[in-house]
Design a protein around this ligand. Structure first.
Ligand code: FFO
Length: 431
């Protein structure tokens, strides 16, 4: 037999509670690894019909540990591709403890973070991009994050990179065919067509790199509220967040450290950051707060520059300047006026933020979603650029090969073993 099962056999049976920690009604104990059917038979007294839920007492050393819903999921038609089973237990800690102990005594060991998905990758059921998307699905807090992760888990990004790799492979093959032509008979039109395709690929990658949507959706869009002390920044944060996240007083300089609040606007996760008021100060703590405020301003995707009295010099060219406290005095005509206390103008500010977000999120096609993807595509694009500069056909070919390799590392078709730790370092246990 040479199917995935035998090829990837080995590795001990692993187990983990795949459901959330804390008080819950049900806990799903997930078990995977060749030979785990024997363990299931020991616990259930039989092997239930594959992929059908059954209700069974879980027995170990003549004691019933729980009455559970049991799923027997033999490989390769399982999530990990290995023989697997699930015990849907009552979530009591003593039950989980007792079942864990039984599984350990029957030869299984606790799973490491992401190990079920890692095995799915090793069995060839998921590529690395899809595995990363599984981690993103588990973390998704906004509808946009959910949609993006589902699409990547479904292979949308993998298909894009595979298509590029395939076009590179064809380019390379045609280019190698040309090497055998003596110089004088080199068909110019063919060479020009190859160069056009190389340039087209490089241009597509440049567009893909310019697109920020994926990373913005995944990590959330950072909106920093900055400005002079007492402009009402904390009041604005509280008004937008809808609860009292930041302390508000009459005293200038109340906010000393940055305060972050997650905020979902139209299905997109934003991270709102309130910062210390910007001014000259002798106070060491306040000065550190201001240093941090400037750090956040520089890192921000969007900056709301709030003021209450004198119109400040712009912090950044594209900061949104907003005049607060319109309940006390009207804002100049050319500036958006709000009152964080009465709520006046907040709808307009939200609309303005929506508009800025739309601009930030421009792009077409499937977006990349992580620094790892960005680095890989940058590398591929760089080799494509070097290919056009190379004088010898052989060197050009080598650059095309290196570009293909960079793409292959993204999906895991190349160097998968060395990338597993990088990708699975960020997973939670039970996934
Ligand atoms: N109880 C439970 N719920 C879960 C999961 C799980 O493992 N267990 N999942 C885990 O992440 C997610 C669903 N994803 C899954 C993906 C593939 C297979 C799977 O076993 N596929 C096989 C068999 C399909 C079949 O029954 O015919 C296959 O594709 O060959 C299972 C779950 C979310 N919900």
């Amino acid at each position: 037999m040479t199917d995935d099962r035998t090829r990837n056999a080995g590795g001990p049976v692993i187990f983990a509670v795949a459901t959330g920690m804390g008080r819950a009604a049900i806990a799903v104990m997930r078990v995977s690894g060749e030979g785990c059917g024997t363990i299931l038979r020991a616990l259930c007294g039989m092997l239930p019909e594959a992929r059908r839920a059954s209700f069974r007492p879980i027995r170990y050393r003549n004691e019933i540990l729980d009455e559970a819903v049991v799923l027997w999921l033999p490989g390769p038609r399982s999530y990990s591709g290995e023989d697997s089973f699930e015990l849907h237990l009552h979530a009591g800690p003593a039950i989980i403890e007792g079942v864990s102990l039984a599984l350990t005594e029957l030869g299984a060991r606790p799973a490491e973070p992401g190990e079920f998905t890692r095995r799915a990758v090793q069995a060839g059921r998921l590529d690395l991009l899809q595995a990363e998307a599984v981690a993103d699905l588990v973390e998704a807090e906004s509808a946009a994050q959910r949609r993006q992760a589902l699409s990547q888990a479904d292979g949308a990004l993998s298909r894009l990179y595979q298509e590029w790799a395939e076009r590179l492979r064809r380019l390379l093959a045609q280019q190698e065919a040309l090497i055998d032509f003596p110089d004088e008979t080199l068909p110019d039109a063919v060479e020009a067509a190859l160069e056009a395709e190389r340039a087209a690929l490089q241009a597509e990658m440049a567009l893909h790199l310019a697109d920020q949507r994926g990373e913005l959706v995944r990590r959330g869009i950072t909106v920093v509220i900055a400005g002079a002390p007492n402009a009402g920044k904390s009041s604005l944060l509280n008004a937008l967040a809808g609860y009292d996240a930041a302390i508000v007083t009459q005293r200038a300089g109340t906010t000393r450290d940055a305060i972050a609040v997650d905020w979902i606007l139209d299905g997109i996760k934003l991270r709102l950051i309130d910062t210390a008021g910007l001014r000259e100060t002798e106070d060491e703590i306040e000065a550190e707060g201001i240093r941090r405020a400037m750090f956040h301003v520089k890192q921000a995707d969007l900056v709301v520059h709030l003021y209450a009295d004198e119109r400040p010099a712009p912090l950044l060219p594209d900061a949104i300047i907003v005049r607060n406290k319109t309940d006390l005095a009207p804002a100049p005509e050319d500036v958006l006026g709000i009152s964080a206390t009465t709520g006046a103008g907040l709808d307009t500010l939200r609309d303005l933020l929506r508009e800025r977000i739309r601009t930030l999120m421009s792009g077409a096609g499937v977006p990349l979603t992580r620094a790892r993807h960005r680095a890989g595509i940058q590398e591929a694009a760089q080799h494509l650029a070097l290919a056009s500069e190379a004088e010898w056909a052989e060197l050009r070919g080598e650059e095309l090969r290196l570009a293909m390799r960079a793409l292959g590392r993204l999906t895991g078709q190349v160097d998968v073993e060395s990338l597993l730790d990088v990708v699975f370092g960020q997973f939670c246990i039970g996934k």
